[in-house]
Design a protein around this ligand. Structure first.
Ligand SMILES: Cc1cc2nc3c(=O)[nH]c(=O)nc-3n(C[C@H](O)[C@H](O)[C@H](O)COP(=O)(O)OP(=O)(O)OC[C@H]3O[C@@H](n4cnc5c(N)ncnc54)[C@H](O)[C@@H]3O)c2cc1C
Length: 449
């Protein structure tokens, strides 16, 4: 059996390596347009900011490593055609030469489309000037890092997690930074405005300028970026980073005849597309929200890996399903850890779901223990007390707390059950009453009033 995987990101490589674990016989070929594989895009902002010394450090394996494990990776190759009626793909080798001719044909028994996403570039004047960057691949990251060595003023367009991580990173290496956002708050996808304000104030306290409610109008310069204009605000900028979201790469799936939904490639819970021997995983696919049931995207490395595992098991003749998502996220912006899962208060309202909110302001360790840090917790609960969402901000321990709440939401736990839960305690690592319990008690008070 020959399995062809298009894409060597988190999704594609997880399919390939897991499938190899289950079967020594299956022939696996992976195509990627890049020259590097198995690196962590999530770490790019931290290399740019100098927390990680070099881009080499975020590359976990080479194509040769995979070759030794019987996975053939064809780097710098572009799949141009999927002829699903004949079970074949056509690709060309790029090797830096855009005009490289010759289409090579390869037959498959099963195809996995793991083409990921591409950055949305705002269609404004000047978006192609030198000094204007997107951020998606390790190559993008290396270009930004190199350019930043001679840069003094940066504008980052988009105040999502990546934009803020980059903003802090560039400030850290001595660049004057403005982060701009067309919506009225930072982190609009994962936080409510009250929690987002805490992140904004932290960043402003670190000297990062935040401009909200203004979309990018144009970038001005002769060959090279000199100024970014958002709304009517003009800012000197010799470095502009467009961190304005990701769109799923669906073209090959479309060409193969796979059904495409409003959000991305349509798959069932086994990660099979509508074409019988084609699977799809990662940023290119449409998923369902675990609370509202609506179609959505989950453009996260965690989702791509979980989907890749499911596809690999099913390809190996086992049985696995991918459940609807709660989109747990966590980000480290300077010293601040910011995490969220499930619905925000705003998104619940938009979906017509009535909620109550429980909040707590507590500490990460016992009050008297050196180094204890403030922690803000917000729980969003349905009127029957079921937890639907959670947002947490602190300088430590956020990820594990968000994960606990992700489990609680997935299992439809109610606020009163959180107050009854046995949280562990020792002064150097936690409080005797957990901040989540305090927030649940606050929500219960409102529910009973
Ligand atoms: C800066 C940054 C920070 C991030 N931080 C986080 C984080 O902290 N946590 C988190 O969970 N997620 C994070 N993400 C998101 C995460 O990296 C992505 O969700 C994940 O990489 C998606 O994996 P994927 O396999 O679907 O696609 P990708 O990683 O995009 O891989 C797509 C692959 O498809 C190949 N391809 C596409 N078209 C073709 C073609 N025609 N022919 C051949 N090959 C093709 C590409 O070359 C590539 O190898 C971050 C992303 C970025 C950019």
């Amino acid at each position: 059996m020959r399995v062809v995987v298009i894409g060597s990101g988190a999704g594609g490589l997880t399919v390939a390596s897991n499938l190899r674990k289950y079967s020594k016989e299956v022939e696996i070929t992976v195509f990627t347009m890049e020259d590097k594989v198995a690196y962590s895009p999530c770490a790019i902002p931290y290399v740019i900011g100098g927390d990680i010394d070099s881009f080499e450090e975020i590359v976990m394996h080479t194509p040769e490593y995979y070759g030794k494990h019987g996975i053939n990776i064809v780097t710098e190759s572009e799949v141009l055609e999927v002829a699903s009626s004949q079970n074949l793909i056509k690709y060309r080798l790029i090797n830096g030469d855009e005009s490289a001719p010759e289409l090579i044909t390869l037959k498959y028994d099963y195809l996995v489309i793991a083409t990921g996403g591409y950055p949305f570039i705002p269609p404004v004047e000047g978006n192609d000037l030198e000094g204007v960057f997107k951020v998606r691949t390790i190559e993008d990251g290396a270009k930004i890092k190199e350019w930043s060595k001679t840069s003094s003023k940066a504008v980052i367009v988009g105040a999502g997690a990546i934009g803020l991580e980059l903003g802090y990173g560039l400030k850290q290496i001595g660049i004057e930074v403005s982060v701009t956002e067309m919506l009225p708050q930072v982190l609009p996808r994962s936080l409510d405005p009250d929690m987002a304000l805490k992140v904004q104030e932290y960043l402003e306290g670190q000297g990062v300028r935040i401009i909200l409610n203004n979309a990018l109008t144009k970038i001005v310069g002769v060959d090279v970026a000199e100024e970014a204009v958002v709304g009517d605000i003009k800012m000197d900028a010799d470095l502009v980073i467009l961190s304005t979201g990701v769109r799923p790469s669906i073209e090959l799936a479309k060409q193969a005849g796979c059904n495409i939904g409003d959000m991305g490639v349509v798959v069932n819970e086994r990660m099979e597309t509508s074409v019988s021997n084609i699977y799809a995983v990662g940023d290119c696919v449409e998923v369902h929200d675990g609370i509202t049931g609506q179609k959505t995207l989950s453009p996260f490395g965690t989702t791509a890996v979980r989907q890749g595992k499911v596809a690999a098991k099913n390809l190996a003749g086992k049985d696995a399903v991918f459940r609807p998502v709660l989109n747990s996220v966590v980000s480290k912006i300077g010293e601040l850890e910011v995490g969220a899962v499930g619905l925000t208060e705003e998104s619940a309202k938009m979906n017509g779901i009535e909620v109550v909110v429980g909040k707590s302001q507590a500490l990460t360790r016992a009050r008297y223990y050196p180094g204890c840090k403030p922690i803000d917790t917000k729980l969003i609960c349905g009127l029957d007390g079921t937890i639907l969402g959670c947002q947490i901000i602190a300088k430590e321990t956020v990820a594990e707390r968000v994960d606990t709440m992700a489990m609680a939401i997935a299992k439809q736990v109610k606020c009163n059950e959180i107050t009854e839960m046995e949280f562990s305690y020792a002064p150097p690592v936690s409080m005797v009453v957990d901040p989540a319990v305090m927030a649940a008690e606050d929500a219960l008070k409102k529910l009973s009033s």
